[in-house]
Design a protein around this ligand. Structure first.
Ligand SMILES: Nc1nc2c(ncn2[C@@H]2O[C@H](COP(=O)(O)OP(=O)(O)O)[C@@H](O)[C@H]2O)c(=O)[nH]1
Ligand SMILES: [Mg+2]
Length: 398
């Protein structure tokens, strides 16, 4: 789509800068500052809140990985352990001061918050801190935007970004509206905002129509594969789904020790029995608190999962808290309506486990699951057998 630059060039200087404002028309909530020369990563501080003791450090470790994947350089972190949520700013006054101090020392201009902020909290926090704030959803959306290679993935991400942006544009000017339209509240800024909003809504409906078409197309495609046994890899991002896909399908899809390396589904035949083929699909990974807009936008991609005959739920066995990851994946599966699909839990990366004891513990806690290393292929024959077993059971029922 061709979008002319907004006419607000002359007014933009007098309006407060807001992180979501920069690319209102193209819909890109950019994390990195466009004015910065490339190769100079943005220096960021992380902030999170914890309600339960131990889990918070794991949470911030994940936020750090997300931040680095998005190209930021993490210079420090602040964790709020106690106290009620301060509704206006999400973080307490004391923590805000701590962040300011840390940011000053580290010359950091960006705060990454591990939770999702309401549009008002976001605005207030930026105002009090005097620095840019990006919440968890915006950060994940940013990574998806960077990762999107195909047209379909790009449009899906764009839709999610615009849906994220729209309420934030609205609220941004509400405080002016409440003054009752006095002097200075009905300037060109307000008119521009209405134009922006209308344009975004139009773009959203256009994207939705297009993606509906993709969903229909995919359904037709899948109908052609009705006689196949469809296996889908699901799991937390970075669990090793793509590596396992390559091992099972003898393929070469993109593998990276970064989050969300894969956005587009790839399908390969991994076995055939008589006329029936066994198809394996690798697709986008999940994470805790995946932005809901993203799940909705990626419906075309994720329908592979809802219609699979078998889901291989891949878990990184070296994770400190694999159960938390399993739960997060199950939450997304439930949102997709795919929790009822037959599932097989596959613990991966057993080559990297510290000791036997950890493996024994996992085996005891998750009976009936499979343990593999996609890297060394240990356990992969057993996985193939398990897939074949499910396939034969399925064939008998048909
Ligand atoms: N040690 C070890 N590393 C693995 C194994 N499988 C995957 N990895 C690594 O884990 C990272 C994420 O892998 P990838 O397949 O991209 O994960 P995905 O996000 O689930 O698709 C990469 O650095 C892989 O090399 C394994 O069996 N053992
Ligand atoms: Mg992958």
């Amino acid at each position: 789509m061709k979008t002319s630059r907004p006419t607000s060039r002359t007014t933009s200087k007098s309006r407060p800068r807001h992180s979501h404002e920069a690319d209102a028309v193209t819909g890109h909530v950019r994390l990195t500052d466009a004015k910065k020369p490339p190769g100079d990563p943005e220096r960021a501080i992380l902030a999170g809140r914890s309600t339960r003791g131990g889990e918070a450090s794991i949470t911030l470790a994940e936020l750090k990985l997300l931040a680095e994947t998005a190209g930021a350089k993490v210079r420090g972190q602040v964790l709020q352990r106690r106290g009620p949520v301060r509704a206006a700013t999400f973080l307490s006054k004391g923590k805000i001061e701590e962040i300011q101090e840390l940011a000053g020392e580290e010359r950091a201009g960006l705060l990454l918050v591990d939770d999702d902020l309401s549009p008002a909290q976001h605005r207030n926090l930026e105002k009090e801190l005097g620095m840019r704030v990006v919440d968890r959803s915006a950060l994940i959306l940013d990574i998806f935007a960077r990762r999107a290679r195909t047209r379909e993935a790009r449009l899906q991400v764009e839709l999610a970004q615009l849906e994220y942006l729209l309420p934030r544009l609205t609220r941004m000017w509400e405080h002016l509206g409440r003054l009752g339209g006095g002097i200075g509240t009905r300037g060109p800024g307000e008119t521009q905002l209405e134009v922006d909003r209308r344009r975004i809504r139009e773009r959203i409906s256009r994207l939705k129509r297009y993606l509906e078409g993709v969903v229909r197309e995919r359904r037709v495609q899948r109908r052609g594969r009705k006689d196949c046994f469809k296996v889908s890899l699901v799991g937390y991002t970075n669990a090793g789904k793509s590596t396992l896909f390559n091992t099972l399908a003898k393929a070469k899809v993109y593998v990276e020790d970064q989050l969300f390396a894969t956005l587009d589904p790839t399908t390969r035949v991994i076995a055939s029995e008589g006329k029936v083929q066994v198809l394996l699909t690798d697709t986008v990974g999940f994470i805790r608190k995946l932005p809901p807009h993203l799940v909705a936008s990626f419906r075309a991609t994720l329908e592979e999962v809802t219609e699979a005959d078998l889901l291989l739920h891949v878990v990184d066995a070296t994770e400190p808290d694999p159960d938390a990851h399993i739960e997060a994946v199950n939450t997304v599966l439930e949102e997709l309506g795919a929790l009822q699909r037959p599932r097989l839990l596959v613990f991966n990366k057993i080559d990297a486990l510290e000791d036997e004891i950890a493996l024994i513990g996992l085996r005891a806690q998750h009976p009936g699951s499979i343990f593999v290393s996609a890297a060394t292929r240990e356990g992969v024959p057993a996985l193939r057998e398990a897939i074949a077993g499910r396939f034969h059971g399925d064939a008998e029922r048909r």
